[in-house]
Design a protein around this ligand. Structure first.
Ligand code: PMP
Length: 399
C-alpha cells in the first residue's frame, strides 16, 4: 500500500478557494474583493517604475548569482532597519538591531516563531481577534499554543480597547503578543498613538514579548506615521521582534521580500541572537534569494529611485483613500440608511464592511461581487470601473 494512503485531504484555504470560485464565474461584470492585493485603477497589479529601473540596472550589470549570506544582503537589512526605526535611530547606531532578509513577511514570522520556540518553548502566543488568517496556523505549526486577545468591536466598528488591555494584563510574563503595527488585517481598524502608548506600558509592566507585524508600511498614513507603533516600542527600551514585508509597498508579492528584525539590549547580545537566528535560517532554506532584496535595497538607497518609490507608494495610498470616500458617498447616493462613515477611519487595504455572511452570499450569488464571509472587502481592488456596480450590489443586499 502507498506510504500516503492515510493522508487526509486538508481543508481548502478559504480565501484562495474564493478566488478559484471567482475565476470559474462566467459573468463579465464580476468583481473580486476577496483578495489581499493592491490593484491599480485598471484592475492590475502595478509594476512600480522605481522597481523597473532598479531591475533594469541589475540586468544590465549582468551580476553573477552567488549565494547571499545566511542573513541576506547587508545593504538591504540596513535599509529595512532605517525604514522601520528611522534613519537616525540610536538603536541602530548602537548596534542593537539585527535583521535577516526573509521570504516575505510570512517567512519573517516563521523564522521568528522558530527562534522563539527554542528560546521560550512553554510560552503561549496571543493574536488579535480577528487576525490575518495565517497567524494562528503559523504559530501553531511552530509548536505554540495560540490564544486570542479581544480586538475588533463590531458594535462600534472600532477597537475593544478595554478588552484588549484587560487580556494583555491577564497574561503571564513571557507571553508572546503579536501586534499589527499598522493597517490591521482583516479589519482596517488601528490603534491610536495614545492607545499604543498604553499597550507599550502594559507590555513592559507585564514583561510580555512583543512581536510586531508590519506588512503595509506606507499604506495607512505614510512611511513614518505608519511606523509609530514600532518607534514607540523602540523608545521604550524594550527588546522585541518585528516582521516586515515589501510585498505590498513595493508591489513585489511573488518575489518574497521581507525581513525579521530584533531589537536586543546591546551590541554583544545582538551578535549572539543573530548567530542563533542564522542557525534557524540555515536549517530551513540556507539563505534568501537575491533578486527582490537587491532591487529593494537599490531603490531605498538611491535618492532618485527612493523619491520615485515614495511618490508611487503615496499614489497607492491616496487611491485607496479615494476609493473609501467614493464607496461611502455612492452608498449614500443610493439611499442606504446605514452610516458607512467608519470606512473612512479604517486604514490600509481592507475594510470590515459590517456585511453579514448572508449578505456576502447574496452579493456573490446575485451580483457577482466576491467578498470574504466575515464581511472583509479589499478596498484596493475597487476602481473607477467597478465601484458603481459594487455600490449597487451592497445597496441591494442591504434593502
Ligand atoms: N502579516 C500580515 C498582517 C499580512 O496581512 C500579510 C499578508 N498580506 C503577511 C504578514 C504576509 O506577508 P507576505 O505576503 O509578504 O508573506
Amino acid at each position: 500500500t502507498s506510504l500516503f494512503a492515510a493522508v487526509e485531504l486538508a481543508p481548502r484555504d478559504p480565501i484562495l478557494g474564493l478566488t478559484e470560485q471567482f475565476n470559474a464565474d462566467t459573468r463579465s461584470n464580476k468583481v473580486n474583493l476577496g483578495v489581499g492585493v493592491y490593484y491599480n485603477d485598471e484592475g492590475r497589479i502595478p509594476l512600480l517604475k522605481a522597481v523597473r529601473k532598479a531591475e533594469q540596472a541589475r540586468i544590465d550589470a549582468a551580476a553573477a548569482r552567488g549565494y547571499l549570506p545566511i542573513e541576506g544582503l547587508a545593504g538591504y537589512n540596513r535599509a529595512v532597519q532605517e525604514l522601520l526605526l528611522g534613519a537616525d535611530s540610536p538603536l541602530i547606531a548602537a548596534g542593537r538591531v539585527l535583521t535577516a532578509q526573509s521570504l516575505g513577511g510570512t517567512g519573517a514570522l516563521k523564522i521568528g516563531a522558530d527562534f522563539l520556540k527554542r528560546l521560550v518553548p512553554q510560552a503561549k502566543v496571543a493574536i488579535s481577534d480577528p487576525s490575518w488568517e495565517n497567524h494562528r496556523a503559523l504559530f501553531e505549526y511552530a509548536g505554540f499554543e495560540v490564544v486570542n486577545y479581544p480586538y475588533y468591536d463590531a458594535a462600534t466598528h472600532g477597537v475593544n480597547f478595554a478588552g484588549m488591555i484587560a487580556a494583555l494584563e491577564s497574561y503571564p510574563a513571557g507571553t508572546v503578543v503579536v501586534l499589527h503595527a499598522c493597517c490591521h488585517n482583516p479589519t482596517g481598524v488601528d490603534l491610536t498613538a495614545d492607545q499604543w502608548t498604553k499597550v507599550v506600558e502594559v507590555v513592559k509592566a507585564r514583561q510580555l514579548i512583543p512581536f510586531l507585524d508590519i506588512a503595509y508600511q506606507g499604506f495607512g498614513d505614510g512611511i513614518d506615521a505608519d511606523a509609530t507603533a514600532v518607534r514607540q516600542f523602540a523608545d521604550a527600551e524594550l527588546t522585541f521582534l518585528i516582521s516586515s514585508s515589501f510585498s505590498k509597498s513595493f508591489s513585489l508579492y511573488g518575489e518574497r521580500v521581507g525581513a525579521l528584525s530584533l531589537v536586543a539590549a546591546d551590541k554583544e547580545e545582538s551578535g549572539r541572537v543573530l548567530s542563533q537566528l542564522k542557525r534557524v535560517i540555515r536549517t530551513n532554506y540556507s539563505n534568501p534569494p537575491t533578486h527582490g532584496g537587491t532591487v529593494v535595497a537599490q531603490v531605498l538607497t538611491s535618492p532618485e529611485l527612493r523619491a520615485e518609490w515614495e511618490a508611487e507608494l503615496g499614489e497607492m495610498r491616496e487611491r485607496i483613500r479615494a476609493m473609501r470616500a467614493a464607496l461611502v458617498a455612492k452608498l449614500k447616493e443610493r439611499g442606504v440608511a446605514r452610516d458607512f462613515g467608519f470606512v473612512l477611519q479604517q486604514r490600509g487595504m481592507f475594510s470590515y464592511s459590517g456585511l453579514t455572511a448572508a449578505q456576502v452570499d447574496r452579493l456573490r450569488e446575485e451580483h457577482g461581487i466576491y467578498a470574504v464571509s466575515t464581511g472583509r472587502i479589499c478596498v484596493a481592488a475597487l476602481n473607477s470601473r467597478n465601484i458603481d456596480a459594487v455600490a449597487d450590489g451592497i445597496a441591494a443586499v442591504l434593502k
